[in-house]
Design a protein around this ligand. Sequence first.
Ligand code: COA
Ligand code: AMP
Length: 283
Amino acid sequence: MADLFSVRMRAAAGAAHEAGGRHLSGAEALVPRERVRAATRAMLGRALAAGVAAGVEADFVQVTVERVEADRVVGIASLPVVTARVADAAQARRLAVDLLAASGVAPAVAEAALDLLAGGPGPGGAVMRGAAVMEAASGRRLEPDPARGVRTSRVDLDPAARRRLLAALRRRGVEGRRPLEALVLASKGAWAGTLAEVCISDDPGYTTGFVASPRCGYVRLPFLKEAGSPLGGRVFFVNEDVAADMNGYVARLEEVPAMVTRVGPVAPEAAPAVILEGVRGHG
Ligand code: COA
Ligand code: AMP
């Protein structure tokens, strides 16, 4: 197979990220040489559109193009997807805790993680630039830099997997780029050794969060976020073995290029009890 290219975009308002600008948008692709030009153009368009959507100018846009040797790319599977039929925030939170517990996270640690995200997981209650990492049994924070966290990167879907997954999500009424990209990031996380993950968006208007793990798949949770809050984030839970090798774990998440080549199923919306029964029955 020919080498691929990692194309990564980040955009900020006010100034470059490293000069204190506000993060507006980020995106990436892993493409063959003949698609680099189109991918770069699409990312630039996306950066400028993110500025317009936020009512500001994208004052800084960087697109990085980097060759990736074909034999370094690992093929991974997307996690199975289901949307929970929950009525309100309390039910969504209860299900999130139950799913995390079924995945191996201590229930008290799961509760603490949800509180942490709702209050801003970074120093002083700020949003982080990546995910917090917690030991699943103790809740001990493990990310080397608590303001940054760890950031899953260098991942994409191959064109056939993208088509199949987009069609499967659409059949279940899940539209748009955001769920697809979050699923891809979570799938790489699971491959990298994440025991479970919980995410609440920092977008004040996007209230659907998720719990993901190899055990329960990717469970979309409407109402997990309180509407209007600019706070949110991700927590990656890990077991003791992964906690003992944080450098290896972070390198897998951030550096090892991964391509989704296999697509997991996308189930119809289901009630919490049905989802939990499936997860508990599974192991
Ligand atoms: N939030 C806030 N700041 C961010 C950021 C984010 N999500 N991503 C990058 N930055 C800023 C930070 O200041 C960062 O410095 P830090 O490492 O000290 O935090 C700086 O930009 C450089 O980040 P880096 O990751 O080295 O940049 P990059 O150009 O290599 O990659 C992204 C940028 C946005 C593509 C990458 O970080 C990312 O988030 N990838 C996932 C994108 C995705 O959704 N993929 C799904 C594929 S289907
Ligand atoms: P979002 O769902 O895009 O609103 O992101 C929610 C939170 O997840 C952000 O506030 C970051 O803390 C974190 N985050 C964003 N991108 C990544 C990433 N690539 N890997 C891990 N965490 C991320």
